[in-house]
Design a protein around this ligand. Sequence first.
Ligand SMILES: [Zn+2]
Length: 153
Amino acid sequence: MKFITDRTLGKLAKALRMLGYDTLYFQSEDFHQLIHLARQEGRIILTRNTKLALRRPQDRILTLTEDRPSQQVKELIKKGYLSLSEESFFTRCLLCNVPLEEIPRNQAEGKVPDFIFHQHKFFYRCHRCDRIYWPGSHLENMQKRVKELRSEI
Ligand SMILES: [Zn+2]
């Protein structure tokens, strides 16, 4: 399942990337372009704009009713669009939406804080923005959040 969010759902786009879903964040107001891109790449459009789905009944448009990103994630789970698989968490750059690549540990040295380097064995890199990720507090926070989500469903 691949998604594209409209400009009002930037936080949701990041949350979906955290969960491992390929999600484009479309920041322009040009709906024609949004729909064109969604069709071209086979993406489901996520929006809070109730008019869009009415105007375009033939497209895969999901209108979210919730305001908060965590509630929106829950809404997507309830509607059957997301399944949470922990092995997909943390596999995608939160900024660029591209899959992360594991790098040899020595390549992370000097690029992450020293204490992080010494605490961790595995490091991952986004080849687009060069940002380095490690399964630290980031991942634990996410797992906690997902657990909370699950318990509320
Ligand atoms: Zn990146």
